[in-house]
Design a protein around this ligand. Sequence first.
Ligand code: ZN
Ligand code: FE
Ligand code: FE
Length: 306
Amino acid sequence: MLLIGSHVSFKSNDQLAGSVKEAISYGSNCFMFYTGAPQNTRRCEISYDLTLEARNLLYDNNIDLKNIVIHAPYIINLANNSKKESYEFAIEFLKEEINRASMFGVDKLVLHPGSYVSLDIDTGINNIINALNEILTPNQEVKICLETMAGKGSEIAFDLHHLKRIIDGVKYNDKLMVCLDTCHLNDAGYDMTKFDDFLDEFDNIIGIDKVACVHVNDSKNVLGAKKDRHENLGYGTIGFDALINVIYNKRLENIPKILETPYVSTIEGGKDRSYAPYKFEIESIKNKTFNDNLYNDIRNYYNNID
Ligand code: ZN
Ligand code: FE
Ligand code: FE
């Protein structure tokens, strides 16, 4: 079955119930959310009632909790221990994030492995391993899904061998999975237009059974640019057909495909507005037809409903 969805918001007033409603409005059967703002670590208390409401909505809409993904905030950096307090904070925060995920019943937590900043790459990789060895416990249900990164700045995990080294160094590595991001992979130098070759390579190095989810994004930059700027499907350098091949690849069937493509912005009456593209991108994925009028369709649709 095609599992397609997007990143959705999580707001303190309606929490997971709001996220589920947003996902349903896009025609999704899977989705990803941050448990608060992606760029900070302030987190609200999880409401039992709203979580129950969310579970009922999921049930009524045939969405399996197994296909919901949480993304850890991207400021969490396990690779850099030059400031002891921040490194320890990141470790404690991730332990709590694992607890939050299990309170929602979500078992996939996507994590950017980290950036080595002023250290070097081997030290950075070792810091990630040590942190994960402190965080992971043998009986947890939640899997940490290490994301493939673009290699921007000092980011680790732009090379599959980095992920392999991390997995090999971690004691409870059955709790580790991988999240593939097509924009990041392109920017790291992996050609997404030859996706089956990429999957062969991934299978050789890491093992295809480790893929937990896929972030499907086009890229604003060329192969190997080491940039990380997402683009709407078919509007970037990877292209619509290549991304359709990723989404419908038989070897990744039953794995959630999550869009993190950019919002479409406009200025209306002097006000900046931006709209989620996901309803329209998901439609074009389902019909396997590129929408060359995406931006206008989105603006027209959202102008008419508010
Ligand atoms: Zn990510
Ligand atoms: Fe991603
Ligand atoms: Fe990205």
